[in-house]
Design a protein around this ligand. Structure first.
Ligand code: SAM
Length: 244
């Protein structure tokens, strides 16, 4: 199969993204560990320490593009008995793997919803926090997803986004380029039998707005005090905003 993601019209992009995650759902968690050499775990932990879910009062959390549950499980473990998490993802296969991983460990505190980040099937002004980790890059209409994040958050609620960013450390950038273009698709082919989805992954990282441009987009969606923090020399960044 050949995806040919270059210059795909936005309207068709979602279908291609869905194909990628249908294909890799069952090996998704293994691939994350292999490709990031386990670093995605540290980045996800950093996101949770910025979020700091409360131990004693009620906390309604929404994790969009939540896939197989990595962020949601961490929020549930860091929070208290009144922390509840909704995982939303467009892809039923990713959600299935997430349900299997969760088992009945979290009961009523964890809910799965299939839906699109651009048009959330969820009520307005409801959630205390919204996270999206390695997801917004895949969404065709990013401003729409940001507006929806703003809509579903209650006043005082926080938006946090973990995403690949721009490496701006000399030598690390050259190493990172070589790694992304040569190692990642090869690893992808080895483990899932197809390198093309992973070429898409690398390409989508390059196309994503710079951290400053993305900060401006967050502000345009209505958020206050939009800012970001680069991690690991800018391989990833955490963007933050508040609904006030
Ligand atoms: N957040 C998880 C993590 O960090 O491991 C999963 C990230 S995975 C790279 C990207 C996820 O975004 C996939 O599960 C995919 O189905 C989902 N996705 C892609 N487009 C979406 C959309 N328009 N709305 C909601 N989820 C979407």
């Amino acid at each position: 199969t050949h995806f040919g993601f270059r210059d795909v019209p936005l309207a068709r992009k979602q279908g291609l993204v869905d194909d990628v995650f249908h294909k890799v759902a069952d090996r998704y968690d293994l691939m994350n560990d292999l490709m990031s050499a386990g670093m995605h775990r540290l980045w996800k932990d950093a996101l949770i320490s910025m979020l700091r879910p409360p131990h004693h009062h009620a906390f309604h959390h929404l994790d969009v593009a939540g896939g197989t549950g990595d962020i949601a499980f961490r929020v549930l473990q860091a929070g208290g008995p009144r922390t509840a998490v909704t995982i939303l993802d467009i892809n039923g296969d990713m959600l299935r793997v997430g349900r299997e991983r969760a088992g009945d460990k979290y009961g009523e505190r964890l809910r799965f919803v299939q839906g699109n980040a651009e048009t959330l099937p969820l009520p307005s002004s409801t959630y205390d926090a919204y996270t999206i980790a390695f997801g917004i890059r895949n969404v065709p209409d990013i401003p729409a997803a940001l507006r929806e994040a703003y809509r579903v958050l209650r006043r005082g609620g926080r938006f946090l986004c973990l995403e690949f960013s721009r490496v701006d450390v000399p030598l690390l950038d050259a190493f990172y380029d070589a790694y992304s273009f040569n190692v990642i698709p090869g690893l992808g082919r080895l483990v899932t039998g197809d390198g093309e989805p992973y070429r898409y992954l690398v390409e989508s990282i390059r196309k994503f707005p710079t951290p400053d441009a993305f900060t401006d987009m967050i502000t345009e969606a209505g958020f206050a005090r939009a800012s970001y923090r680069p991690l690991s020399g800018g391989i990833v960044a955490i963007h933050s905003g508040w609904k006030v």
